[in-house]
Design a protein around this ligand. Structure first.
Ligand code: S3P
Length: 180
């Protein structure tokens, strides 16, 4: 078991468009876990949609909501937490995520993400108005942070079910408890 991971939840991290929510639903189905989408918790906290929060309060305030939403989950059990792509930006979030359980990075090549993000809506940092080159730069800057996760799965050639199965296998091998 990773020395820093304490809980029996699974935390999914990765860039926008990699499929964290879809894989989360597959983990819910296949792994008998509950599912929480952190972006939905943020929307409940703030009482506004994510684009509205970015537009009216700005990104830093969004990050405050995001950190608070994550902290509010401490104590949940056997739950997959699908995070937003920027959760890895604050050190405090890493501490909370490690407390919650193993952190799983869904890795994908830029060509894969690019296809999924073309015409994206509802994501202020990747919407059609922004040049994809800027989004790619953001992805590159974040890569070393994502790589700090406890385990990672290359998702380019896998569908969501296969990714979920790969995660359960890796977790089962490493921790011997999620699959128990
Ligand atoms: C963000 C990703 C989004 C959402 C917000 C910011 C990011 O979530 O949290 O738009 O900074 O990468 P998804 O990764 O689920 O799209």
């Amino acid at each position: 078991m990773s020395s820093r991971s304490e809980g029996d939840n699974l935390i999914l991290v990765g860039f926008m468009g990699v499929g964290k929510s879809t894989v989360g639903r597959e983990l819910e189905r296949l792994g008998g876990l509950c599912l929480i989408d952190l972006d939905s918790v943020i929307v409940q906290f703030a009482g506004h949609s994510i684009p509205e929060i970015f537009a009216t309060e700005g990104e830093e305030r969004f990050r405050d909501y995001e950190a608070a939403a994550l902290r509010s989950l401490v104590g949940v059990r056997r739950t997959v937490i699908a995070t937003g792509g920027g959760i890895i930006g604050r050190e405090e979030n890493w501490k909370v995520m490690h407390q919650l359980g193993p952190i799983v990075y869904l890795r994908a090549a830029w060509v894969t993400l690019r296809k999924r993000l073309v015409g994206s809506q509802g994501r202020p940092l990747a919407d059609a108005g922004l040049e994809l080159r800027q989004v790619e730069e953001l992805w590159r800057r974040r890569l070393p942070l994502y790589e700090q996760a406890d385990i990672s799965v290359d998702t380019d050639d896998l569908n969501a079910t296969e990714v979920a199965m790969a995660i359960l296998q890796k977790i089962g091998r490493r921790e011997g408890k999620i699959n128990a």
